[in-house]
Design a protein around this ligand. Structure first.
Ligand code: BLG
Length: 486
């Protein structure tokens, strides 16, 4: 009796479970790609570990692709989880895997060959493929000049596709592909003469020219192409639509342009000559002073790369530099500042660096508490250059304009007014070349970014390694949840 009723109860149970399953199976639809991301609370993105995409710097994770995709994740209200692929074939393979990453953000050219492996977003950057050669070698000027040269490109890259197509017209063209290298390796190999030529996209050269003094553009090969993000080919359009809407917003509100300027604007700011001159000085001059920068920075609790960037702006790392106004030495101390900082010989690089470090720490400590980082650092630099009194005048004028005197973006707009009588006559400290600190800060920020990129975080804390500069890559640290400031 008991057994029979237990059997009946069990049957009823099973029937109701089957009923529920049928009910759900019949009514509930598969969640869309976007709904899945939102339900998981994580946006899984695959990228490449390289300076133009994703790498580690003083703030943790960074890179053009990282910063853009982090903003997308923030907009979606989900966490960002970055995965890296060792090469492009692996990247597309993981994108196609079920339960793999949902998006590839890796400086990918939207090429015809790739449309079968992925669906691309709207473009976010236009680039031109370029043939790169070594300065001092004969400059190739057209595709036929590639014949007989040692050429290496990334395996599975749009450049490999391009060369393959070119081979139909030029059967004698020979080139190799490697899955074991990144763009920085290709450029280094050209720089050092291990290969004759490579092909990279213009944005990658713009970013990397500052590391490699000998690489030059031979010629543009082919038309402008678009970089875009990619989602798996089988996915529905929900995520892709959301991504496209995000990219349109980033285009409209200027955040995309700011990212482009920051990562690819070196050549715009430094010019090509400035970019490879910087690279040359990085190799030849900085190693002589790196130790002094590190020691002084540690003593005065400043980032040594900021000090080094200041030293480059002031003197191009030349200890005997002298300005028209009689300011002297590697860190360009006025006589008064040198005396105040206890510097006996301004032309002695160690003393100059020590004095500069002490002075920047001092002027920073004098700033009002209301100025927060990272602006605080930019204000300290301006004060180092133009003096605290004039900077305070500019802050007052900024406030009178209804702008924020604690934001560098606002104060830098007003500073140049200090050289116009209608404005400086109203200030306490009077005339100053107000444009100078604006350039000063802008250039130092640029050099500071570059120096950050060429120094690996794992080297920090280790003592003075002369010539310890590296092109970033490889190092992987714990995810940093903050979006770095633009
Ligand atoms: C700075 C001083 C400040 C001083 C301002 O001048 O020198 N900084 C240092 O010595 C580190 O102390 O402020 S004040 O003490 O409140 O008066 C204003 O006098 C130096 C600047 C001047 C600038 N370089 C460091 O950035 C310079 O040399 N400008 C001239 C360039 S050129 O000769 O016209 O090309």
């Amino acid at each position: 009796m008991f057994a029979q009723s237990a059997f009946r109860t069990r049957c009823a149970c099973w029937l109701s479970v089957i009923g529920i399953l049928l009910l759900f199976g019949g009514c509930a639809e598969e969640p869309s790609a976007l709904e899945r991301v939102q339900a998981e609370g994580v946006l899984r993105v695959i990228t490449r570990n390289s300076p133009a995409t994703y790498f580690q710097d003083r703030n943790g994770e960074t890179g053009f692709e990282y910063e853009l995709v982090k903003r997308l994740a923030d907009d979606l209200g989900v966490k960002l989880q970055i995965e890296t692929a060792d090469n492009l074939d692996e990247l597309f393979a993981s994108l196609s895997k079920p339960n793999g990453p949902v998006l590839a953000a890796a400086g990918l050219v939207k090429s015809d060959g790739r449309q079968q492996h992925a669906r691309f977003s709207l473009p976010y950057l236009e680039v031109t493929p370029q043939v790169i050669y070594r300065n001092g070698q004969q400059r190739p000027t057209r595709p036929a000049d590639l014949i007989g040269k040692r050429i290496l490109v990334l395996k599975g890259s749009s450049h490999a596709e391009q060369l393959q197509a070119l081979k139909l017209e030029l059967p004698d063209l020979v080139f190799e592909e490697s899955a074991a290298v990144e763009v920085v390796d290709l450029l280094r190999m050209v720089d050092e003469g291990q290969i004759d030529l490579t092909l990279v996209d213009s944005n990658e050269l713009a970013m990397n020219q500052v590391y490699f003094p000998n690489v030059r553009v031979a010629f543009d090969i082919g038309d402008e192409q678009s970089l875009a993000w990619a989602v798996a080919p089988g996915e529905d359009s929900s995520l892709l639509n959301e991504i496209n809407a995000f990219l349109e917003r980033a285009q409209k509100n200027g955040s995309l342009q700011r990212l482009k300027d920051r990562y690819y604007g070196h050549v715009d700011v430094l010019g090509y000559v400035g970019a490879y001159t910087f690279a040359k000085h990085l190799q030849q001059r900085l190693p002589r002073y790196e130790g002094f920068f590190r020691q002084a920075a540690q003593k005065h609790e400043v980032d040594w790369r900021l000090l080094a960037a200041m030293g480059y702006q002031e003197s191009l790392w030349q200890p005997t530099a002298t300005s028209k106004t009689g300011v002297r030495g590697l860190m360009m101390l006025t006589l008064r500042t040198a005396q105040a900082m206890g510097v006996a010989d301004r032309l002695n690089p160690k003393q100059s660096i020590e004095g500069g470090a002490k002075y920047i720490a001092y002027v920073k400590s004098q700033l009002p508490e209301s100025i927060q980082e990272p602006d605080r650092t930019w204000f300290a630099l301006a004060s180092y250059n133009v003096g605290g009194g004039h900077l305070e005048d500019a802050r007052k004028l900024t406030e009178a304009e209804g702008l924020n005197p604690d934001k560098w973006l606002d104060v830098q707009k007003i500073l140049p007014r200090l050289s116009q009588k209608q404005w400086y006559s109203k200030t306490r400290h009077g005339y100053a070349r107000g444009g100078e600190p604006v350039h000063f800060v802008r250039n130092i920020r640029r050099y500071y970014d570059i120096l950050t990129w060429v120094t690996q975080p794992q080297l920090e804390g280790t003592q003075v390694a002369e010539g310890s500069l590296h092109v970033p890559g490889i190092d992987k640290r714990q995810p940093n949840e903050q979006t770095p400031p633009l």
